[in-house]
Design a protein around this ligand. Structure first.
Ligand code: ZN
Length: 237
């Protein structure tokens, strides 16, 4: 099990850690600031600094088989550390911060478009949600205006935990039909954008919607009878 430092503080860029295991899948540590790919948000990349001064490039971060198990996937050809070795992890912060801003933007998109979400994906240069809705229900200008109003309002974004039983008693909280909320330890993490959105989510978010900055709806397109895709991007990108 890995202590998931990003879950309590998404703004941590570095941490000390100890290597707990190394195998063909990658490096496991006792704690990490690296988010593992999941819930539509890509895994983090960065560097693992060793005590001899050398650095190992981490190309991706993925979930292991166990609860809260995180695997840091080295770039090809990197020399691997040994179990027990103390290391320092340094996040590729610009990429992660873009993921945080886009991920939070998708919560706002959930609030602006009143339709069931069937899927979603964050990248460093755009993000998208798929909705089960008719095409003519999606007005590009109205969505863009709605998003930017929520950004400008500077709503606080907070996380809290509720018991699994409480979530089961309130199934309306789960808006993303294709992504089950992350569970474990008998509790689930809720993300609340004050006055706009409340749903279970395990990803990393900014503290305030103002940090997202101005957004544009890049494209709205049909992905089949069931799915309509809305792609958003930073206006200054
Ligand atoms: Zn989220």
């Amino acid at each position: 099990m890995t202590e998931l430092l990003f879950r309590d503080d998404a703004y941590l860029r570095e941490c000390e850690a100890v290597v707990t295991a190394v195998d063909e899948r990658g490096v496991r540590l006792d704690r990490t600031v690296f988010y593992p790919n999941g819930g539509g948000q890509p895994g983090d990349s960065g560097r693992l600094l060793r005590q001899d001064g050398s650095a190992l490039r981490i190309a991706n971060t993925v979930k292991g088989d166990g609860l809260d198990e995180v695997i840091h996937v080295p770039a090809e050809g990197e020399a691997l550390p040994a179990p027990g070795e103390p290391v320092r992890l340094v996040l590729d912060w610009d990429r992660r911060y873009a993921h945080m801003r886009y991920h939070t933007a998708l919560h706002l998109l959930c609030a602006v478009v009143a339709a069931p979400v069937t899927g979603g994906q964050v990248a460093a240069d755009k993000a998208r949600l798929d909705f089960a809705v008719e095409m003519d229900a999606l007005d590009k200008d109205a969505i863009e205006a709605g998003l930017n109003a929520l950004v400008r309002a500077g709503h606080a974004v907070d996380a809290r935990w509720i018991a699994d039983a409480e979530l089961d008693a309130n199934p309306g909280l789960v808006k993303t039909m294709s992504v089950a909320p992350p569970r474990g330890h008998g509790r689930v993490r809720l993300i609340e954008v004050a006055g706009a959105d409340l749903q279970p989510c395990g990803g990393t978010h900014v503290r305030n919607t103002a940090e997202i900055g101005p957004l544009v709806v890049q494209k709205i397109r049909s992905e089949g009878k069931q799915n309509k895709r809305v792609i958003v991007a930073f206006a200054d990108a």
